[in-house]
Design a protein around this ligand. Structure first.
Ligand SMILES: *[C@@H]1O[C@H](CO)[C@@H](O)[C@H](O)[C@H]1NC(C)=O
Ligand SMILES: *[C@@H]1O[C@H](CO)[C@@H](O)[C@H](O)[C@H]1NC(C)=O
Ligand SMILES: *[C@@H]1O[C@H](CO)[C@@H](O)[C@H](O)[C@H]1NC(C)=O
Ligand SMILES: *[C@@H]1O[C@H](CO)[C@@H](O)[C@H](O)[C@H]1NC(C)=O
Ligand SMILES: *[C@@H]1O[C@H](CO)[C@@H](O)[C@H](O)[C@H]1NC(C)=O
Ligand SMILES: *[C@@H]1O[C@H](CO)[C@@H](O)[C@H](O)[C@H]1NC(C)=O
Ligand SMILES: *[C@@H]1O[C@H](CO)[C@@H](O)[C@H](O)[C@H]1NC(C)=O
Length: 504
């Protein structure tokens, strides 16, 4: 049985779920909190695709939790230090080969080979960080191995022993974070013949970032990707499966790589023939493309140890929340007839229950604690779509132990199935936007009607899944806990294993 996937949407969802234009203009800022700003561009409105329930169900069915235990973040294998690949084998008392057994338990889905791509495609881009953005230098943004500068501005909010874990991480830093982790991944193989999957460490988003605006040519935007595919498609192991066992991290939204005939936005990277069967890890996916996998946006929280994670979980669990709900966003362009404008004015009108973080101008752009503070202070946070369906704010909210309120299924449920609980109502609230627009539903009334016990249970679920949506600091990952990187790569390996023999 082949996946429901394709790089172009199937004829079933009749509308155009993948109009590049719907979305991308928002993702143009590189500052920490600029995702909260909205720059309205004419022509970005798009009639919403009708979401077919069966597609949603299929997507969720594929995402059964890997760990049926109540602690999804706990891993079932011993810490990697106990077995070093290549170690001399130790035979157990019963004569079984313990090394082989352990290796099998450590990497049940196989190993990843990391291509030794010319540095032109990764390190050199980073070295020339001042060229990465048309507006400001990427050198601070992507410093500290992609984590960005230490976030001193929030130190009064977080426990002293966890301050080191907070950085001003850029929302587009994922390619760097993933690459560094992959080089030290416990299931990395140095021998391609024994690998299950092949990782292409190309910084696709960084390479296109500065060419997305102004009058840069399509050639400018496509050049890096074309050259990368030229290189990869000529590797001896490419032909083993014509890309089905290859994957790449693209640290921007998928629409930035989906320029089609007649459109002007983005590169056409994903539509290039050589990309056809490569799995792409993206911060926003096209839900109708099997090869797009949605992974969490990087937040500012990067624990160094399992005890950092647990310390933070305890902190957000115990935090006094004085506000029912909050909404963080910029007001620019909001006072028009769009949904965010409506949420904003409703929030202002309910100021005894709702807290607005107004990010207009540069108020949230750096060194500010306002956003984390209001998420820590609120039971719920409103997460409408922006110019694209997803926002980094979803993860900022959940990391602070606040319960997200969604208005579009594509904002999270159809994006991050590997990382979030499979039951949407166990950790989030869904309110149909139409009912808010026509006044039949009051957000405040819905949230106030949820019992204290239910709120507590939902928050507990958010906290339980917190490790799965953060990117740990050590290149080796955390001992005993799987973070968003571990989940993503293991998910890719599982898929490749499942599809073995199908594509051949
Ligand atoms: C045990 O397994 C390892 C890993 O597969 C292998 O390298 C080693 O030769 C095996 N040793 C014995 C005694 O079978
Ligand atoms: C467009 O490109 C030309 C030539 O590359 C350049 O001189 C000009 O300044 C650009 N215009 C804008 C608005 O960026
Ligand atoms: C892969 O296969 C194609 C066609 O089957 C062939 O032209 C190409 O040379 C092969 N590439 C490698 C690296 O073997
Ligand atoms: C993608 O995989 C299919 C088999 O599933 C194969 O027929 C096709 O040639 C592959 N595409 C590329 C560009 O390798
Ligand atoms: C907010 O309150 C003002 C004044 O009471 C009212 O005119 C307006 O319609 C309200 N807005 C919303 C979105 O409820
Ligand atoms: C924030 O930006 C302002 C100017 O926009 C600058 O003066 C200030 O030093 C910055 N703060 C931090 C913490 O980077
Ligand atoms: C309000 O919108 C919802 C969802 O679109 C719809 O089901 C409902 O019939 C509408 N009610 C009224 C009174 O317009």
């Amino acid at each position: 049985m082949l996946p429901i996937s394709m790089t172009t949407p199937p004829s079933k969802p009749p509308s155009k779920p993948k109009n590049p234009e719907l979305s991308s203009n928002r993702k143009n800022y590189s500052n920490l909190f600029q995702p909260y700003l909205s720059f309205h561009h004419p022509g970005t409105c798009l009639p919403l695709a009708i979401l077919l329930l069966h597609i949603f169900l299929l997507l969720s069915a594929r995402s059964l939790p890997f760990f049926p235990t109540s602690h999804p973040s706990k891993i079932l294998f011993p810490p990697s230090t106990t077995v070093t690949p290549g170690h001399s084998a130790t035979l157990d008392v019963d004569g079984s080969n313990q090394t082989a057994l352990n290796l099998n338990v450590l990497c049940p889905y196989g190993k990843v080979y990391v291509y030794d791509l010319p540095s032109f495609f990764n390190h050199e881009l980073l070295k020339n960080c001042h060229e990465l953005s048309p507006w400001n230098s990427g050198c601070d943004l992507f410093s500290n191995h992609g984590f960005g500068k230490v976030a001193n501005g929030i130190s009064k909010l977080v426990p002293e022993n966890l301050r080191h874990a907070w950085h001003w991480t850029d929302q587009f830093a994922l390619e760097i974070l993933h690459h560094n982790r992959m080089m030290n991944y416990r299931c990395r193989s140095l021998e391609p013949e024994s690998a299950t999957a092949f990782y292409i460490p190309f910084y696709a988003g960084l390479a296109v970032g500065k060419y997305l605006w102004y009058n840069h040519t399509f050639e400018d935007r496509d050049r890096y990707c074309e050259m990368m595919l030229d290189w990869v498609n000529n590797q001896p192991y490419w032909n083993r499966s014509h890309g089905w066992d290859h994957f790449i991290t693209m640290g921007r939204i998928t629409w930035d790589f989906r320029r089609i005939e007649g459109r002007v936005w983005g590169s056409s990277c994903i539509y290039m023939p050589g990309m056809r069967n490569i799995t792409r890890l993206l911060i926003e996916r096209n839900p109708w493309d099997y090869f797009d996998v949605g992974v969490p946006y990087p937040t500012g929280f990067h624990p160094s140890t399992a005890s950092d994670v647990m310390g933070w979980q305890d902190f957000v669990r115990q935090h006094q929340r004085k506000t029912l709900y909050c909404f963080a966003g910029g007001t620019r362009g909001f006072y028009r007839n769009d949904f965010r404008g409506l949420l904003l004015s409703q929030c202002y009108n309910n100021s005894d229950a709702c807290r607005v973080v107004d990010c207009t101008g540069s108020k949230c752009s750096n060194g500010t604690s306002a956003i984390l503070e209001s998420f820590l202070d609120s039971d719920f946070c409103l997460q409408p779509r922006g110019d694209s369906f997803t926002r980094r704010s979803i993860f900022d909210c959940m990391v602070a132990g606040s319960i997200p309120v969604f208005f579009w299924r594509r904002t999270a449920y159809m994006q991050y199935a590997w990382f979030l609980p499979s039951q949407p109502d166990s950790y989030s609230v869904f309110i149909h936007r139409g009912e808010v627009q026509n006044g039949t539903t009051s957000i405040r009334a819905v949230l106030e009607s949820i019992s204290k016990e239910k709120v507590k249970m939902m928050r507990e679920k958010v906290i339980e899944y917190l490790p799965r949506i953060v990117y740990a600091k050590p290149n080796e990952g955390l001992e005993g806990i799987k973070d968003a990187f571990d989940i993503a790569v293991e998910g890719v390996l599982r898929r490749v294993k499942q599809k073995e023999g199908v594509y051949k």
